[in-house]
Ligand binder design. Structure first.
Ligand code: ADP
Ligand code: MG
Length: 301
């Protein structure tokens, strides 16, 4: 490519809100064979809502639904995960006040825990997270599989809450898919590209979302740090990978990909690790950017 054609290409890209942070990104983009997307905040809005809350084992704990939501939201109030805002908002909508907590811990890829003081002044150990968090704590969840699997099949993320070693609630949060996601994925496939999704979310939930979007490959329940390996696997299987993500935990995968594409509304860490930045959250610009790279570099080897 002549310097002039590259300048024209990146100039056109800037007009549609696609920023090239690295000069050779036009070339790596053109050679893309698979586009892998992060799920939460990239294909979905990243603004989940609490849709279900089912109390279990009531005879053991004798807590009301409101008390349990209070315990859970008190711990989530300290977390920065999108799931946390969904649960805190639900508690605030019921005028539940959220006291201070002790010993908060985020178990990356699993969930969270903390010690919360109840109304009688007793310390209660609260755990909230995925099935694998409960399994790790020796709290069986299999008997509730029927309920949580039906939520997951509907594309919701199932969660569990335990207090002092007893499972007390099943929850589901739902994060709406962006209007632009389906069109973007179809357009990529029409251009002959393969589309994958990489997420830390529940496998069944991820598969439900992937099916709605027509995604070819799903890599789910990926632990933080595992996204890099997922990108490597795609590179070994299919060739040049463009990875699209927004989160702090997407940064290593953005760096590993042949082209890292960050969502401009995402975290600074993601943007700094990316070769290309989409100024809006509109993922159709991934397709536009690839088409532009092909048009600009059509005659170049
Ligand atoms: P992702 O970015 O794809 O959501 P994470 O590694 O952040 O992946 O989270 C993976 C899973 O860990 C979530 O789907 C959820 O089950 C659990 N989890 C993480 N943070 C929280 C939290 N604050 N509250 C409840 N569950 C959580
Ligand atoms: Mg994300």
């Amino acid at each position: 490519a002549t310097p002039t054609s590259i300048m024209v290409g990146t100039g056109k890209a800037a007009e549609m809100g696609v920023l090239f942070r690295r000069g050779d990104a036009l070339q790596t983009l053109r050679d893309t064979t698979v586009v892998a997307f992060d799920k939460t905040g990239t294909l979905t809005k990243g603004k989940p809502e609490l849709t279900d809350l089912e109390i279990v084992n009531e005879p053991t704990h004798a807590l009301t639904q409101k008390q349990i939501l209070g315990f859970i939201a008190t711990v989530e109030n300290v977390s920065e995960h999108p799931i946390a805002s969904a649960i805190v908002a639900a508690a605030k909508a019921q005028d539940i006040n959220l006291p201070d907590i002790k010993d908060f811990q985020a178990h990356a890829g699993f969930g969270i825990s903390a010690v919360v003081m109840d109304q009688a002044g007793t310390s209660r150990q609260v755990w909230v997270g995925a099935d694998r968090l409960m399994e790790q704590q020796g709290i069986p969840v299999a008997e509730h599989e029927h309920t949580t699997a039906s939520w997951a099949t509907a594309g919701k993320t199932p969660l569990y809450a335990a207090i002092d070693g007893t499972l007390v609630a099943l929850l589901a949060v739902s994060d709406p898919i962006k209007e632009s996601s389906r069109t973007a994925i179809q357009a990529l496939q029409e251009e002959g590209l393969r589309v994958a999704m990489i997420t830390g979310d529940n496998t069944r939930t991820a598969q439900a979302i992937a099916q709605q979007l027509g995604i070819d490959d799903v890599i789910a329940e990926v632990l933080p740090g595992g996204k890099v390996d997922a990108v490597k696997t795609l590179q070994q299987t299919y060739g040049h990978v463009a990875f699209v993500g927004d989160g702090i935990n997407d940064a290593p995968a953005l760096a590993q990909a042949d082209t890292g594409i960050a969502i401009g509304t995402g975290t600074d860490v993601a943007i700094e690790s990316a070769d290309v930045v989409l100024m809006s959250g509109d993922v159709r610009n991934v397709t536009n950017a690839i088409a532009l790279s092909r048009a600009t570099l059509r005659n170049i080897k």
